[in-house]
Write a protein that binds this ligand. Structure first.
Ligand code: FAD
Length: 403
C-alpha cells in the first residue's frame, strides 16, 4: 500500500491491550504503516496492567471448546506457546466457560515480539494527549512521551484505549456507564505465593473466614462465594479475584480511593487466608495491579450499538466482521455477577458499524470501546472478542486509507 505523503502513518492505534494489538496486526496485515501508542511501559492492557490472567471469548460455551475467534490473535497464541504457555482451552471450575490461562510476563514479551515481527511501530510510555480534527475526520494526535509532546498525522485512527480516551479527546460525546449511569464494578485480582499446593483449597473455609472478617474488617468483601481462583501457569502462583467494589464515577479522586482501598484490602485478605485457611499458613502477596481492573468507563458514539437481544438470539448478519461468544457477564452489583448465555448457534455477529464512530469517517473502535448496549457490553468487552473487533477495525481502517 502506498502511504499518503502528507501523513506520518496510515493507521495510528491508541492503546496496546487486546483490542489495540488486534487492530495493529489487522492493519499491518493489509499492508498499512502502523503506529501503536501505549501509555504503560508494556503491552497487554488489562491482562498485564490489572492481573486479568485469562483470555475469555475465544471459545463458545458448551461441553466442547468451539473456537469463535481466530485470525491475527493466533499469532499471539503461537508466540505465547513458544514462551511455555500451552494456551489450551481450560474449563473454569467456577463458571464452566472455556478460557485460556495467561502468565503476565509471557504476555508482555509475546506481544512485543509479535508486533515487531509484523512491522508495527510501537511507542511505550507515550500517551495520546490531544487530537486535531475537522468536522468529519481526525487529522493528527498529539503524543505525550518521555521526550515531550509532538504531533503525528495519519489517515485513520483506532481508539483501543478501553476508556475511549481518543474519542473523548476528539470531543465526541461519550456515555458514562450503563443507561442508568451506573458503572460495572471494579475488581482487583491479586497473585499469591507460598501456598501449600498439596492441600486442596477449601472454599468453605474461605467463605467462613470472610464472613467473620466482614463483621469488623476494614474492607468488607462483597463476594459471598470465596471469589474466583485458579493457578497461574508456569509459576503455579494462586490468582484470586476477591475485591469487587462499586465505582461511583470516573473522577481521579474515586480512582485514587479505589486503588488505595484495593491495595490495603489485598494485604488484609492474604492475612485472613494465612490465619484461617488450611494450606495458606506461609502464603504471601506477590502482586496487586499495577492498577485496579476497570470493567467499564466511557462509551463513545458508534454507528450501531450491538444489543442484548442480538446476543440472546445469536443474531447473524451479512455485515458481520467478528463474533461475540462470551456469555453476558453483568457486574452491575459488586460481588454478584450474573451470567446469561448467548443464543442461536452460540455466538452473535458483530457488524462493522459497531466499530465505526458516528460522524467521524476515519475513526474506528476496538475492544471495549465498540458500540454496545449495557447487556451486549457485558459480553463483548472480553479480550478474545477484543482481538477480533481489533483486527476488523485495523483492517477496515487500512482499507479506508488505501481507498
Ligand atoms: C477485574 C476484571 C476481570 C476481567 N476478567 C476477564 C477475563 O477473565 N478474561 C477476559 O478476556 N476479559 C476479562 N475482563 C475484561 C477485559 O479485561 C477488558 O474488557 C479488556 O481488557 C478490554 O480490552 P481493550 O484492549 O479494549 O482494553 P484494555 O485492556 O483496557 O487496554 C487499553 C489500553 O489502552 C491504554 N491506554 C488508555 N488510554 C491511553 C492513552 N490516552 N494513550 C495511550 N494508551 C492508552 C491502556 O494503558 C491499555 O493498555 C475483565 C476485566 C476486569 C476489570
Amino acid at each position: 500500500m502506498a502511504r499518503k505523503p502528507e501523513s506520518d502513518y496510515d493507521v495510528i492505534v491508541a492503546g496496546g491491550g487486546a483490542g489495540g494489538v488486534g487492530a495493529a496486526l489487522g492493519a499491518a496485515a493489509e499492508g498499512a504503516r502502523v503506529l501503536l501508542v501505549e501509555k504503560y511501559g508494556f503491552l497487554g492492557g488489562a491482562a498485564t496492567n490489572a492481573q486479568v490472567l485469562a483470555y475469555c471469548g475465544f471459545f463458545q460455551q458448551g461441553p466442547e471448546p468451539v473456537r469463535a475467534v481466530g485470525g491475527v490473535a493466533d499469532h499471539v497464541l503461537d508466540e505465547l506457546r513458544t514462551l511455555g504457555l500451552d494456551c489450551a482451552p481450560f474449563r473454569s471450575p467456577t463458571t464452566s466457560n472455556w478460557i485460556i490461562l495467561l502468565e503476565p510476563e509471557a504476555v508482555k514479551l509475546a506481544l512485543d515480539r509479535v508486533l515487531t515481527n509484523h512491522d508495527v511501530d510501537v511507542l511505550l510510555h507515550t500517551r495520546v494527549a490531544a487530537v486535531s480534527r475537522t468536522a468529519e475526520r481526525l487529522q493528527s494526535v498529539t503524543l505525550a512521551g518521555m521526550d515531550g509532546r509532538r504531533r503525528v498525522a495519519a489517515e485513520a485512527f483506532v481508539d483501543a484505549t478501553g476508556d475511549a480516551n481518543l474519542a473523548m479527546l476528539a470531543g465526541l460525546e461519550c456515555r458514562v456507564g450503563g443507561a442508568d449511569g451506573r458503572l460495572q464494578a471494579i475488581s482487583a485480582p491479586i497473585r499469591i505465593g507460598g501456598r501449600d499446593r498439596s492441600v486442596p483449597i477449601d472454599r468453605q473455609a474461605i467463605i467462613d473466614a470472610f464472613e467473620r472478617y466482614n463483621e469488623a474488617g476494614a474492607y468488607p468483601v462483597a463476594r459471598p462465594d470465596g471469589g474466583i481462583y485458579t493457578d497461574v501457569p508456569i509459576s503455579g502462583d494462586m490468582w484470586w479475584m476477591m475485591f469487587d467494589h462499586a465505582l461511583p464515577d470516573l473522577s481521579s479522586a474515586s480512582f485514587t480511593a479505589a486503588e488505595q482501598a484495593a491495595r490495603a484490602a489485598a494485604h488484609d485478605y492474604v492475612a485472613v487466608l494465612r490465619r484461617h485457611v488450611p494450606g495458606f499458613e506461609n502464603a504471601y502477596l506477590i502482586q496487586t495491579g499495577p492498577q485496579i481492573g476497570i470493567r467499564e468507563s466511557r462509551h463513545p458514539p458508534a454507528r450501531y450499538k450491538l444489543t442484548g437481544e442480538d446476543l440472546l438470539t445469536g443474531r447473524r448478519r451479512s455485515d458481520a466482521v467478528a463474533r461475540a461468544a462470551w456469555p453476558i457477564e453483568d457486574h452491575s452489583v459488586a460481588g454478584k455477577p450474573v451470567y446469561r448465555s448467548i443464543g442461536g448457534a452460540g455466538f452473535a455477529d458483530i457488524p462493522l458499524d459497531c466499530l465505526r464512530a458516528e460522524a467521524i469517517d476515519n475513526l474506528f473502535y476496538a475492544g471495549r470501546t465498540i458500540g454496545a448496549d449495557d447487556m451486549a457490553y457485558a459480553s463483548i468487552r472480553v479480550m478474545g472478542t477484543a482481538f477480533a473487533t481489533g483486527e476488523a477495525a485495523g483492517r477496515y481502517a487500512a482499507k479506508l486509507t488505501a481507498a
